[in-house]
Design a protein around this ligand. Structure first.
Ligand code: OAD
Length: 291
């Protein structure tokens, strides 16, 4: 590890363009559970559909730079909180499968339930604080000539740690959007348990995350691939590298000639091809790598 750490530090010191991809693992030490670790611990719920969109091979379309394939859905990731059972899942929510809640169809059919579920998740995120990994990345940005931080996380902890150029591929759980027009809205006056209405068009207000079956924000996706393909060093941190299109980013960086450094306590589909693998928790490795 020490030898790899020294090599990685040297790569970063020589780089003028740095791109970073983060996943749920970087927020694990802030107390926000990752997706897939828990899924495998708890097992999928009875009758759960296969995790659509979670295999790199299964979801990546042809031209991913231009946008994700139509209907590429995020995720089974949200299943985490419903399957863990007991633990941090409020009893009320344990009876729901997240893939039945995190869809536009579910919101249209039962907005109150979906809104309440997100209110509960928002409360958890609001109580969490950035950790040493988030802070180390914010400090790196301050001294890098060109820097982009691409995240799959919806928790907003990178910005709260001081990161500026953050590309949120899967949206932000603390933001409200108009369900009809998609516009980002100022935080609405919320009555507990009731989704507010858009002041302009009267449609329901929804959380600003990417749901199953929805497109990723095209501009964010375009910026993410541009950063990956234009960098000298790409850091892939705390992501299982299985959910497309984000999972293609480190490979796009490699193909464009960048060095890729992976930080993760467990191996991923990227590990065999990464230039350097630093096996460990982000909150421990990143301060040593970037401090
Ligand atoms: P996953 O839960 O798939 O993967 C988390 C990764 O973090 C795993 O590879 C862990 O080994 C690693 N990890 C755990 N603790 C860590 C730590 N302390 N430091 C560093 N790494 C650690 O989460 P993502 O890859 O982010 O989509 O999942 C991608 C997407 O799938 C999510 O954004 C979500 C989900 O469907 C949406 O919600 C739209």
């Amino acid at each position: 590890m020490d030898e790899n750490l020294a090599k990685a530090r040297a790569l970063l010191a020589a780089a003028s363009r740095i791109a970073v991809l983060t996943g749920a693992g970087i927020s694990a030490e802030s107390g926000i559970p990752t997706f897939r670790d828990a899924m495998s611990a708890a097992g999928p719920p009875q009758g759960a559909r296969p995790p659509g969109g979670e295999r790199r091979e299964a979801t990546i379309g042809g031209d991913h730079v231009a946008g994700p394939p139509q209907g590429a859905g995020p995720p089974g990731g949200e299943r985490r909180e419903a399957t863990i059972g007991g633990g941090h899942t409020a009893g009320l929510w344990a009876q729901f499968r997240p893939e039945d809640l995190a869809t536009p169809e579910a919101f249209a059919a039962n907005p109150k339930v979906v809104w309440e579920w997100y209110a509960w998740r928002r409360e958890r995120v609001a109580k969490a604080a950035p950790n040493a990994g988030h802070t180390a990345l914010a400090n790196l940005e301050r001294r890098a000539a060109h820097f982009a931080l691409i995240t799959q996380n919806v928790d907003g902890l990178h910005r709260r740690a001081g990161s500026r150029n953050v590309i949120e591929l899967h949206g932000n759980i603390m933001i409200d959007r108009c369900f009809a027009e998609g516009r980002v809205l100022a935080a609405a006056d919320e009555l507990p348990g009731t989704p507010p209405r858009c002041a302009r068009c009267g449609a329901l207000v929804r959380p600003g995350v990417v749901w199953f079956g929805e497109m990723l924000p095209p501009k964010a996706l375009e910026d993410a691939f541009a950063a990956a393909q234009g960098c000298d060093v790409f850091l892939s941190i705390g992501t299982s590298t299985v959910v497309e299109p984000a999972a293609s980013l480190p490979f796009a960086a490699l193909d464009a000639g960048a060095s890729v450094i992976e930080v993760n306590p467990t191996r991923t589909p990227l590990s065999a091809r990464a230039t350097i693998v630093l096996a460990g928790a982000a909150g421990e490795v990143l301060p040593r790598l970037l401090g």
